[in-house]
Write a protein that binds this ligand. Structure first.
Ligand code: ASP
Length: 468
């Protein structure tokens, strides 16, 4: 085949009467005796191509190169369903670049009717659905807009380690055995909380990144072990300053990707008010009509209790607390200024309010953060309330206490759940629809079957033996 440059499907509209070459997937095929109709799909859309009988050999989802003349369709043959519906290609030559065997599931549907195991085992096929492409595209655009908003406010993007130490975000850690120091372990970060605070001590002042976070929690239909956050931290701020900055950046990015917001100024409710009005700290403020239109109703919740009694069924809480009291959100938070004395003296523990703020949208918690304890005294007091001895405090957060004793600015930040925000923007129920390769509900990876066994040699190298 003589090589002529590729024309994208959507561009064929501008080439009526010309010979062009298109490449893509056979979306559908219809045999009509001497003629074969192929709908060709590339990342820009779908177009009808009319070929000769031999093209009947093409299988659906094969990758082909077609050369032919672009023709205007007669008025009554126009297909208003597709963007290229006014034209079609009269195929003169074709080539199969990658042939497709019989598919394990239909791809010309939205995919909701197919079981998760099959969709994720063949995720590279599942992602060919227009719906999923559109979601990944919106996710990319949304991240780009958030990033631009933050850079515009003088934040800088900084990466932090993945192989690290236990971070105490209230979940179980994923552990990674060390080969160099057998018997010792790294933990995967539940969040970059401590590193971002260290960046504030380092004078970065305005930090963000889109980190992957890992939490070994019990799986639910809609929860995996890893998720993506927008994580940020700012110095020389109070609670209201962080909330205003975050609100402005989120609003601009949501609008830039076509999201519509119920209230420009996000309402602020106290935890007590939220519990009284909605019986929960996450709630949906939309009317039925707003729900149908997928309007986004954001709200802040503030003034949470700092501590709660440990839930004995929660392994991480049982491990984190030594006294029966544990943090509700984050052990690194500062209390509200008027409750600082109580915290320092370990008094009225159940009544101490934290500077925590949660961002709620359409019934989900989509983010949370706080102003931090930026003096060693405050952080130490929190751990004392949780029953830690001096040694245990040193073991657990000694590095933070040391860092805070070298001139730490007042600081605070937040983390937003990107997977959930994208799901809301796309009107998807499950965050798995927004992740290219999510895990199955049984905790197995998509396409590649992990977790999997490793060889005895590998185990030996890291000094581990599997007990029966
Ligand atoms: N590190 C917290 C989290 O991941 C968020 C924050 O307080 O900034 O939930």
């Amino acid at each position: 085949m003589t090589k002529i440059p590729r024309t994208l499907v959507r561009q064929t509209l501008e080439h009526v009467g010309e010979e062009v070459m298109v490449e893509g997937w056979v979306n559908t095929k219809r045999d009509h005796g001497k003629l074969t109709f192929v709908d060709l799909r590339d990342r820009t859309g779908i177009m009808q191509c009319v070929g000769f009988q031999k093209m009947g050999e093409l299988t659906v989802e094969s990758v082909v190169r077609l050369v032919g003349i672009i023709k205007k369709r007669p008025e009554k043959m126009v297909n208003p369903q597709i963007e290229t519906g006014t034209v079609e290609m009269d195929v003169t030559r074709y080539e199969v670049l990658g042939s497709a065997q019989e598919l394990p599931m239909p791809l010309d549907t939205d995919g909701y009717e197919v079981g998760e195991e099959v969709r994720l085992a063949y995720r590279y096929l599942d992602l060919r659905r227009q719906r999923l492409y559109n979601t990944l595209k919106l996710r990319s655009d949304f991240l780009q807009n958030l990033r631009e908003g933050l850079l515009g406010e003088s934040f800088i993007e900084v990466e932090t380690p993945i192989l690290t130490k236990s971070t105490m975000e209230g979940a179980r850690d994923f552990l990674v055995p060390s080969r160099f120091q057998p018997g010792k372990f790294y933990a995967l970060p539940q969040s970059p909380q401590q590193y971002k605070q260290l960046l504030m001590v380092a004078g970065i002042e305005r930090y963000f990144q889109f980190p992957r976070c890992f939490r070994d929690e019990d799986l639910r239909a809609d929860r995996g072990f890893e998720f993506t956050q927008l994580d940020l931290e700012m110095s020389f701020v109070d609670r209201e300053m962080v909330m205003t900055t975050v609100e402005d950046i989120v609003k601009a990015a949501v609008k830039a990707v076509g999201g519509r917001i119920k209230q420009e100024k996000f309402p602020v409710l106290t935890y007590a008010e939220a519990m009284e009005r909605f019986g929960a700290d996450k709630f949906d403020m939309r009317t039925g009509e707003e729900q149908a239109k997928n309007i986004l109703a954001f709200a802040w919740v503030v003034d949470f209790p700092f501590f709660k009694k440990v839930d004995k069924k929660d392994a991480a809480e049982m491990r984190d607390s030594k006294s029966g009291w544990t943090f509700t959100h984050n052990p690194f938070s500062a209390p509200k200024p008027e409750h600082e004395e109580w915290l320092l003296n370990g008094e009225h523990v159940g009544e101490i309010l934290t500077t925590q703020y949660d961002l709620v949208c359409n019934g989900y918690e989509v983010g949370g953060g706080s102003v931090r304890a930026h003096t060693p005294e405050l952080l130490r007091a929190t751990y004392k309330i949780m029953g830690y001895s001096e040694e245990q405090i040193e073991e657990s957060v000694g590095h933070m206490l040391t860092a805070l004793s070298y001139g730490a600015p007042p600081h605070g930040g937040i983390a937003l759940g990107i997977d959930r925000l994208v799901a809301i923007l796309r009107g998807e129920q499950s965050i798995k629809e927004t992740i290219a390769f999510p895990m199955t509900s049984t905790g197995r990876t998509a396409v590649m079957d992990a977790p999997s066994k490793v060889s005895d040699e590998q185990l030996k190298e890291i000094g581990l033996k599997i007990s029966e």
